[in-house]
Design a protein around this ligand. Structure first.
Ligand code: AKB
Length: 315
């Protein structure tokens, strides 16, 4: 049985991944950490410690005390937030990664950290974006993600650390609000469609981005963690996606449930620029071949469940 330490456990991915890991591996085998105690299910429902990932000594201490063998490092700033505070983003995203990777090396832990479609840039081919291709991102978030992929490869090659990662697309969830991403419009649209029957999108019509429903992202993460290391050629990090959509396509899917839903546009130039620098649709064949990646939700099934769950939670 794995003994897992997870950083950024109260974030968008962490708060759902932590609960699923506790279900699958047992409460005592999952050590959740975050910079703050948010007084939520993550901190109240099992082992929880506050942890600032820029303090390497504290990570070391927790890994040793709990005899951790797997580190899932999620603590990072997302794209739009990182653009507003590039220096902080670099310090947190790279400093936290370096500290956790070092502990993984010293304590022989398996190591997972996410990358993103943000690791690609405007010179990357936009359709069927290959697993291995040009990566010249124009955002601080993207720069930190490319550096992170390379550093994880380096730790694997040089020190034999079992590093693994996924390039997540925009993740859509009804449970935890994202913080400061570019793809967040998709989640906002569901909430506004249900509460106001109207949404003004900060991303323009015709801007296609990869997206995925959170349960598929959680399943892919656990599948990669459980994958046979001998089969992992690409490792850091695999392209994964379930759909390529623009705001209009999402609105049309919502309208099958809320027919009078109105979408208009109030484009935010900064986030639009970030979105335009990312691929329209990435190719997932390496993830399929190397660890059996297979998302269960498409646009229709995701939209149906999102509307049911949000409506139910707000009754
Ligand atoms: C963001 O929009 O910053 C994230 C991502 C695609 O990495 N959701």
């Amino acid at each position: 049985m794995k003994k897992i330490l997870i950083t950024g456990a109260s974030g968008q991915i962490g708060s759902e991944l932590t609960l699923e890991l506790r279900k699958q591996y047992g409460e005592k085998n999952v050590i959740a950490t975050d910079i703050r105690d948010m007084n939520n299910e993550v901190s109240k429902g099992g082992i929880f410690h506050t942890l600032d990932v820029t303090e390497g000594g504290r990570i070391q201490e927790l890994v040793r005390d709990h005899q951790v063998d797997t580190i899932i490092h999620l603590a990072a700033l997302l794209s739009a937030n990182a653009e507003n505070q590039p220096l902080n983003a670099w310090n947190l995203n790279m400093g936290g990664l370096m500290n956790t990777l070092e502990v993984a090396r010293e304590q022989s832990c398996t190591f997972f950290t996410p990358s993103s479609i943000g690791a690609f840039g405007p010179s990357t081919v936009k359709e069927k974006t290959p697993q291995v291709t040009v990566q010249r991102p124009t955002t601080m978030y993207g720069v930190s993600k490319v550096a992170s992929e390379l550093l994880c490869d380096y730790y694997h090659e040089k020190f034999g650390v079992d590093t693994r990662g996924l390039r997540y697309p925009g993740l859509i969830s009804y449970l935890t609000a994202p913080g400061g991403g570019t793809t967040d419009y998709a989640i906002e649209m569901f909430y506004k469609a249900i509460s106001d029957h109207h949404y003004s999108s900060y991303i323009a019509e015709g801007t296609f981005l990869d997206m995925m429903y959170m349960p598929d992202a959680i399943a892919a993460t656990i599948d990669l963690l459980e994958a046979n290391p001998a089969k992992l050629i690409n490792r850091n990090a695999y392209n994964i996606t379930a759909m390529s959509i623009d705001p209009k396509m999402l609105a049309d899917a919502i309208r099958t449930h809320i027919p009078d839903f109105k979408l208009d546009y109030d484009v935010d130039p900064e986030r639009q620029k970030i979105a335009e620098s990312w691929p329209d649709h990435i190719d997932t064949s390496a993830a399929v071949a190397e660890f059996g990646f297979r998302p269960r939700y498409d646009l229709e099934t995701m939209a149906t469940e999102m509307i049911q769950k949000i409506s139910h939670n707000h009754l």
